[in-house]
Write a protein that binds this ligand. Structure first.
Ligand SMILES: NC(=O)c1ccc[n+]([C@@H]2O[C@H](COP(=O)([O-])OP(=O)(O)OC[C@H]3O[C@@H](n4cnc5c(N)ncnc54)[C@H](OP(=O)(O)O)[C@@H]3O)[C@@H](O)[C@H]2O)c1
Length: 251
């Protein structure tokens, strides 16, 4: 049977593109997100290679439910793409305790407990791979993005820690850290998308925002059998954003 991949946040943006890419390479897909309709729409585009699970991955019982339902449907799990995330922006004093806890529940605890719950199945796979989706903001402190950025830095740390710990089980763990990509996520924190996009594009040496397929391609590379000797990496797919702006380089 084909390898089975769970993709969280698969109803839109990078997650939807990654799911389509993995399905095109023959994997069976389990699409996870809160809203059923977008998941069903993506599922319908996969040529019968998908199932959907509508839930909030930040809820304590959600990771175990995803694993149980996946095993009930497909009987195996080979790949996990931890892609779902939330972002709120603002100065330090603007964040409520609830917002702090939601960021960590969705962006860190969700991936953490999903991988933990999947371990018995991943250990049985001949070709297990975890791909975490971080952000360039996980490495580049950006005013206003501290809470979101800190969750992405945590996910990058977990990538390396899991890669080390799970190498004995031949489970590979890598991370893609995208720069700014045109997806619905920006509308969740910005009231002026045109100004936000202009500001984001200005920070990218290659001169444009990313496309979801720029990221989905790397998700597939890291899942592909050809990456079987690659683990513990954070791949920056960001048009060179982590290099910094030329005027910030000094010298
Ligand atoms: N776009 C960028 O510029 C950019 C840059 C760097 C990193 N990233 C990262 O890329 C990943 C995908 O983001 P995107 O840009 O593709 O945005 P997006 O289109 O908004 O995708 C996020 C997906 O996550 C789902 N989601 C959100 N909260 C969830 C929750 N609590 N439980 C389950 N699913 C949830 C959303 O669906 P529901 O609302 O239906 O749940 C949505 O489909 C995120 O990890 C993001 O941090 C994006």
């Amino acid at each position: 049977m084909s390898r089975v991949a769970i993709v969280t946040g698969a109803g839109s943006g990078i997650g939807a593109a990654a799911a389509r890419r993995l399905a095109a390479h023959g994997l069976e897909l389990v699409l996870v997100g809160r809203r059923a309709d977008p998941l069903e729409a993506v599922c319908a585009s996969l040529g019968g290679r998908g199932a959907t699970i509508a839930l909030d991955i930040g809820e304590p019982d959600a990771p175990a439910r995803v694993i149980e339902e996946t095993l009930a449907r497909f009987g195996r799990i080979d790949v996990i793409v931890n892609n779902a995330a939330m972002i709120e922006t603002g100065p330090l004093e603007s964040f409520s305790r609830d917002s702090f806890e939601r960021h960590y529940a969705v962006n860190v605890a969700g991936p953490f407990f999903l991988v933990a719950a999947a371990l018995p199945s991943l250990r049985e796979s001949d070709d297990a791979a975890v791909v975490n989706i971080s952000s360039s903001v996980g490495s580049i402190p950006k005013p206003g993005n501290m809470l979101y950025g800190s969750t992405k830095a945590a996910l990058e740390y977990l990538t390396r820690a899991w890669a080390y710990e799970l190498a004995a089980d031949r489970i590979r763990v890598n991370c893609v850290a995208p720069g700014p990509v045109d997806t619905p996520i920006h509308a969740t924190y910005s009231d002026d998308l045109a100004a936000t996009y202009a500001d984001l594009a200005r920070r990218i040496p290659l001169g444009r925002m990313g496309h979801v397929d720029d990221i989905a391609a790397w998700v597939w590379f890291l899942v592909a059998p050809e990456s079987r000797w690659t683990t513990g990496n954070v791949i920056h797919v960001d048009g060179g954003q982590v290099l910094g702006l030329p005027e910030a380089a000094g010298g």
